[in-house]
Design a protein around this ligand. Structure first.
Ligand SMILES: [Ca+2]
Ligand SMILES: [Ca+2]
Length: 508
């Protein structure tokens, strides 16, 4: 058995709580099984909680699991000296309890949701990715233990995704068992591990990106002064897709948060597709867009003073209430339908000799998050948005005098911004959040996450609307979160909707 950290086992204890709960519950004779069963059959979560001390059961189950696992881990620490095996057991139970305290709310909500909907939902809202933490946490050096009669201090140097984190446990001897002196301290320790894990994961992503430098696919007819079509490498990996149930401003369709495995690396457009790039496609093929065919697009209707369908609007004349700043060619293309975007993909696949396509919704969120688990890829701060994205900010509010929520900062653009004007995420992608919404390949289904496969989900087989992602230059804070899902009919086109492409070389 390798040297695993105490916290590894504590994290595993958390993972096992839900499964263990079932056994524990049905073996508890003090509850009226008839009433409980009735509550479950009637999908009545409120009654279920009336008969069952759910939180108490979760905690007891977790404690018992911690004890079971701790006995095997105690073998490892026995040789270290300075502390009795019983003390190790007590310590494990206490630390496991602290971890459970952090997640008991999520476990409870998951069970109640199961009763209400009949569908299993994973435990979410755990910062970081618990399964990976359990797999990747390692002891960096032997723990140092200083034990006195009543108190003990244990320092453990861990590596979470290669990122060092020191865990200090203060133990108190209560006669027959040991307890962590400060339960809050244990909770903080667990958080420290999770933060170190997230930091290490981000570093790993950056390192992998460095050995696969950006590459360019030449577009026929694109002039040298225009932004080239550049692709950044996206390594394979796992992430939690959707938003946790406690995320501010979330929508039900973003849940349940669920684990997704992107099994193959791919390449993602570093920028949104620009006007100049789209024009190269139009010139080469004579393509006529949906907006040109139909003769209108969604934009600002100056006569009605509201957003709506405006005649004569196209990708060349998107129809803003003001002139967008910057060189037109490097602004992201808008007023393009899903059909226009996929026609562009078909042409470019032929040009490039590899599959170029809209990313799936899962690939898009994975690429946007780039290892982050926060509301936005740069963190949870809306006020920081203006360093990283062109959003609906204070300038927009002044300009429009509209009663929308604005990001409380100044990003310098009231309309579109040239692609790449803001900092990139850890994968090297610019403007995933903000500037323009980006079409994805998938059909939209509000309930899809509850049953989507873990490996490379591609969305439902049919639907009436297609997904788009990322918020835009007129995007309020809630719509710019990484988990937010937009959708529109495939022939819809608007002043704020563009796209970004992914590439899938045959051999990687
Ligand atoms: Ca802006
Ligand atoms: Ca965008």
């Amino acid at each position: 058995m390798g040297k695993k950290a105490i916290a590894t086992i504590a994290v595993l204890a958390v993972l096992g709580v839900a499964g263990f709960f079932a056994w524990r519950f049905y073996s508890s004779p003090q509850y009226s099984l008839v009433q409980v069963r009735k509550a479950v059959e009637q999908r009545d979560a409120a009654s279920f909680e009336k008969y069952v001390d759910l939180e108490g059961l979760i905690r007891r189950a977790g404690n018992q699991l911690s004890l079971q696992w701790s006995s095997s881990f105690a073998e490892e620490l026995r040789g270290v000296g300075g502390i009795e095996p019983e003390a190790v057991n007590g310590m494990m139970a206490a630390f496991g309890s602290a971890m459970i305290e952090l997640t008991v709310k999520q476990v409870r909500e998951s069970i109640l949701s199961f009763i209400e909907t009949g569908r299993a939902t994973p435990i979410e809202s755990i910062p970081g990715d618990v399964m990976d933490i359990a797999t990747d946490l390692r002891i960096d050096s032997m723990p140092t233990i200083e034990s006195q009669r009543k108190m003990a201090t244990i320092d453990i140097n861990l590596l979470a995704q290669g990122e060092p984190v020191r865990v200090r446990l203060l133990m108190r001897n209560l006669g027959s068992y040991w307890q962590i002196a400060e339960i809050d301290e244990a909770g903080k320790t667990a958080q420290d591990i999770l933060i170190a894990y997230a930091r290490g994961k981000r570093k790993r992503v950056e390192t992998e990106g460095a050995v696969h430098p950006d590459r360019t696919i030449a577009l026929p007819g694109l002039t040298n002064d225009a932004k080239p079509f550049v692709l950044s490498y996206i390594p394979s990996g796992k992430f939690m897709m959707g938003s946790p149930s406690n995320e501010t401003g979330r929508f039900e369709e973003e849940g349940p948060g669920h684990r997704v495995n992107i099994t193959r690396p791919f390449w993602m457009g570093k920028y949104e597709i620009t006007n100049a790039q789209f024009e190269a496609f139009v010139k080469a093929t004579g393509y006529i867009t949906t907006a040109e065919n139909v003769g209108s697009g969604v934009s600002w209707d100056a006569t009605q003073e509201k957003w709506g369908s405006v005649e004569g609007v196209t990708s060349r004349k998107p129809g803003f209430p003001w002139e967008p700043e910057g060189s037109w060619g490097d602004l992201p293309v808008v007023q393009v339908s899903w059909k226009d975007a996929t026609a562009f993909c078909k042409w470019l696949s032929g040009v490039a000799g590899e599959t170029v396509a809209l990313p799936t919704e899962a690939q898009w969120e994975y690429a946007c998050r780039a290892g982050s688990t926060t509301q936005y890829w740069w963190g949870d701060s809306g006020q920081s948005a203006c360093q990283f994205a062109n959003v609906f900010n204070l300038e927009n509010k002044d300009k429009w005098a509209m009663n929308w929520d604005a990001f409380a900062c100044s990003d310098g653009y009231v309309g579109l911004s040239p692609v790449g004007s803001f900092q990139s995420n850890a994968f090297g992608l610019h403007d995933t959040t903000g500037n323009v919404w980006e079409w994805c390949a998938d059909w939209y289904d509000a309930g899809y996450y509850a049953s989507s496969p873990e490996d490379d989900p591609v969305g439902p087989a049919t639907g009436s609307t297609r997904v788009f992602r990322g918020g835009c230059w007129s995007g309020v804070p809630g719509s710019c979160r990484s988990a937010f899902r937009g959708r529109n009919a495939p022939n819809n086109r608007s002043h704020s909707l563009g796209f970004r492409l992914a590439a899938f070389p045959a051999v990687q």
